[in-house]
Ligand binder design. Sequence first.
Ligand code: BES
Ligand code: ZN
Length: 848
Amino acid sequence: MRDATPEQDQTIYLADYAPVPVTVTHVDLQVRLDPLATRVSSRLTCIRQGPGDMVLNGELLKLRAVRLDGEELSPDAYSLTDTTLTILNAPDSFLLETEVEIAPQTNKALSGLYMSNGMYCTQCEAEGFRRITYMLDRPDVMATYDVQIDADLPVMLSNGDETGHGHWRDPWPKPTYLFALVAGDLIATHDSFTTMDGRDVALNVWVRPGDEGRTAYALDSLKRSMAWDEKVYGRVYDLSVFNIVAVDDFNMGAMENKGLNIFNSKYVLASPETATDADFANIERIVAHEYFHNWTGNRITCRDWFQLCLKEGLTVFRDQQFSQDARGFATQRIGDVLNLRARQFREDAGPLAHPVRPESFVEINNFYTATIYEKGAELIGMLRTLVGAEGYAAGCALYFERHDGQACTIEDWLACFEAATGRDLTQFKLWYTQAGTPVVKVTEHFNDGTYRIDLEQVIPDTPGQANKKPMPIPLAFGLLAQDGSEVVGTQIHELTSETDHLSFDLDAKPVLSILRGFSAPVILDFVQPDAERLTLLAHDTDPFNRWEAGRALAKDRLMRAVTDDADFDAPWLDAMTTLATDTDADPAFRALALALPSEDDLAQSLHNADVVPDPDRIYAVRRAAQLAMAEHLRDDLSDLRESNATPGSYDPKAEDAGKRALSATLLRLQTMLDGGKAARAAYDVANNMTDRMAAFACLLDAGDETVAHSFEQDWQDDRLVMDKWFMAQVAHAAPRDAVGVADRLTRHRDFDASNPNRFRSLIAGLTGGNPAGFHNPDGTGYEFLASWLLHLDKSNPQTSARLSTAFDGWTRYDADRQAMMKAQLERILGTTGLSRDLSEMVIRMLKA
Ligand code: BES
Ligand code: ZN
């Protein structure tokens, strides 16, 4: 843990970047494992690159010895602080040896070397290696590694290839953040993959004994990812073994350590009985993501942490492409855009807004954000649209060729596309440096056979940034006739100036389908008549915009119901019924089209329209809309569910998952009408966790008082299923009961705040899953969150800081709620011993 004073003046600036004076080219580690006294002996091959002292990072280490070229260093040849070891007057090349002692058992921050269920494991990104030994812990120092693990344990793994039991050599130079070590009693499922150049790679998924029956889907996803990266990007794996380890205590989803990926067990283990379709999709996506990092992140890494989007944005884009190929373009794209809007647009509109490449930070862990990841991925997608698929392929090929083995910047990346395509990307770079979601205002005019579209872009001010420059916005669009036939097929218009227009000679006013495929991460300000939206919903050739038209219709109605008490009109309900019953359309698409905008989405949109969102009202209006839909569809509901059943044994394939998603949507509507009768029947016959969870949620919504207990009886020994149990009860409690339910569950014998999955399930069940409950007008939701953040911050600052973002929308709300949220933020900030992580977040949020 950190010392007691809040460290607020530790801002790090991109502009201050300087290469190291002395670098390390090889690391030789010997790790003697012990829960309370692990010995780490390190031998660093050091080479001078320029003038200056060598400053190594180290935290929470007990230094036992320092030697330079075999000689014990005298006290005046080095200096030591809580976080650094400085070697004074180092020679031009030398061997630096240190011995330190650490205590993995007491490491509850889950950064560095720690223990989870008796197993040793590491998490080094971003700055965890410094908790293992003294080292230049920054990504532009790349070294080869030899690792020797000493312990009496059956399985001892590190990066690279094994040269003897517990001895590993990684021939590929890598930064510290990609180092990993795992040791314990683990069991592997083995498989193999033959690369396109004919080499055999051993694949292993390592889990705790008892979990080995749940690894098949992860392995299958891994093999498909390897084949996909060869086929689509020409990237081939470069070691003879690829290990994946599942760990129960993990702050994030997964980590791409070279040749030894470490995963949160939630994103590896799956069986039909215990994992939902969403879990299967997440596993597929995250396995792919971490595997793809082998080239985009590991072989070519980041020069400094400001360049994080260089690996994360690009790798998210790649995993999204992979999932589109595996699961269908439209449904994947719609899901990704929903996620972008829910998380990134929200972030970009509030006090935590920052550019895709930030210019400063206090704690880098706070910058693994939706903006770096999801907006970062959108920038790659726009770049691809702007230079075309071939230009994109040529730019990527040049990037891999030119920068293999290097630590790079966004400038390096863009220069490859300029060189490969001849296009000037100077203006495009603004997307990396300007925060805020651009608003594109669209107005139409039709006169005497001329159809004209006026366009205007406005980029809002964000913390520390005002008066922004126009950016290049690729707008994919098409035109339909009023009868729905296509008049102009998809074209790309690049909006590069603040205002612009397009004209067409046409006999009649067409229906505009703009931002097809969501071609840019912008907010459209475009008022389109209902009749035209209904035409798009029925006929657009672009499936994304078909969905988007339905979304706009629904959002309009819900917002007008909130502000003007408007009714849900028959034409809209008819359109929803048509969608629900349209057997020609893909069930997954129908499920997405029938889903209403979330409560938070509505709060965000109301705020953008200068209406103060009332969470209770939003909750009530959404329920009323669902009831109206249910009543309108009443006679069809049970037949429709019947016809989308997936009889027989469970298969996670997208086609069946789509049917289950539609069926779950329909069950929710049925529950509005029958108080839970159909849900009870569905719960009792469910043979997989997807159907079971869907029915469980409906029963909780309906106020069933026995189902939580029986679910617990059935699943109490399964930690991943019990995470769902904790979350669902909070998320589906009536708003007035939610804080009470959450509070009661924190006293359940299986609630363990030190396990991030369990903690997150309960807290996010409230803050994300039950907005009206979190925003309870009595303020208890805010107090509950603040108290638990303070509690967790003592042991795990990274996770407490991440969950604090639930407060980031605080200025949207009414004066009473604002005052209560502000008071809780101030209470957090006034607490002594606060971590740098949480204090940075709270300070930024209070600046709003
Ligand atoms: N490199 C990250 C893991 C990471 C994040 C380490 C933050 C340290 C701090 C990894 O590649 C990653 O991005 N994981 C994501 C999932 C992914 C599919 C977007 C995660 O863990 O949430
Ligand atoms: Zn990543």
